[in-house]
Design a binder for this molecule. Structure first.
Ligand code: SF4
Length: 312
């Protein structure tokens, strides 16, 4: 079955588009072609004139032309004072256009954390929100009960940015009629069902509590450097960026960009601790158990790890 796709940019940095364009093997154009998806509009892939684009948008938003997949990048900007006039297309608030498009589309995909949960502008002067969530709270711009024509709620591809391979894989799954299992924050489980920590090459250091206090030492980044790997779900250590690497593999802590509260209101490169133990512990772990276990693990650490000889 052939489908069409329209990509709408709202309040964001364009990083998800950059990420999409970086996908390779297949690249976005080959992928869409092989799936039989007609890209009606994408700001970096389309050559329609401004006038023709405006006509197309009007036809889609009014339902005169059927829309299958709507991809939204960036947060819905509602300011100032709920008018949406901080972010417009042809003098119309984009928030009104995206509401009309979403009502007509079979599937709505929020690409990136801003479109999913509001991201950096949420709760601020621009009155930004995600399509179906505002940070952790369900509802967002379209409302708790919203579904596309297909009956599927907004599919959230969290990440700052979302990975190109994830974007294409999800579009491919929708085009193939596959049912996507979503978690409670509407992230598809095949890509967001594992912690960033799982698959990190520093895991053995974490296990025995060999920590990095200074960047560049070999060790785990959880205890001092603010790593969110054991706290957040995302594909970064499963589907490597550029098929090559991830933040934690090159010594940068995971910032937790797939979590609905990203960006958090505390520094990225520090772990907030209570008596030397991270305030936020790995999901589901009890503090007393964790302290006892980590104390014993540190005492049992093998020499090769203490000497930081294990490659990362
Ligand atoms: S660096 Fe982060 S993701 Fe890697 S093992 Fe440590 S806590 Fe886990």
């Amino acid at each position: 079955m052939s489908m069409n796709l329209y990509w709408f940019q709202l309040g964001g940095c364009g990083g998800d588009t950059m990420s999409l364009l970086g996908a390779e093997d297949p690249n976005p154009l080959e992928c869409m072609e092989s799936l039989g998806i007609e890209v009606l509009w994408h700001p970096s892939l389309s050559t329609l004139t401004a006038g023709r684009h405006a006509v197309l948008l009007d036809r889609l938003a009014s339902g005169r032309q059927e829309l299958d997949i709507l991809c939204v990048e960036g947060a819905v900007v509602r300011g100032p004072g709920g008018s949406g006039m901080y972010d417009t297309f042809n003098c119309k608030p984009k928030k009104d256009i995206v509401a009309a498009l979403a009502r007509c589309a079979a599937y709505v995909v929020a690409v990136g954390t801003c479109a999913s949960y509001g991201g950096i502008g949420a709760g601020g002067a621009v009155e930004a929100t995600g399509l179906q969530f505002s940070k952790w709270t369900k509802g967002g711009f379209l409302g708790e009960r919203f579904t596309g024509r297909s009956g599927v709620p907004v599919v959230n591809l969290a990440g700052c940015p979302a990975q190109g391979e994830v974007i294409l894989s999800v579009i491919s799954a929708l085009a193939g009629g596959r049912t996507l299992e979503l978690d409670e924050y509407h992230r598809p489980l095949p890509w967001y069902g594992m912690l960033v920590h799982q698959g990190c090459t520093r895991n053995e250091y974490h296990e025995y509590r060999i920590e990095e206090k200074e960047f560049g030492e070999k060790g785990c980044l959880f205890f001092y450097k603010g790593c969110h790997g054991p706290l957040v779900y995302g594909p970064c250590n499963k589907l490597l960026w550029n098929r090559r690497s991830s933040k934690t593999r090159v010594g940068v802590p995971c910032f937790g960009c797939t979590r609905p509260d990203f960006p958090q209101e505390y520094p990225f490169f520090e772990t907030r601790s209570i008596e030397g133990v991270p305030r936020e512990l790995p999901n589901g772990v009890k503090r007393a158990h964790y302290m006892a276990y980590k104390g014993m693990a540190a005492a049992a650490a093998p020499e090769r790890l203490k000497e930081r000889k294990t490659e990362i």
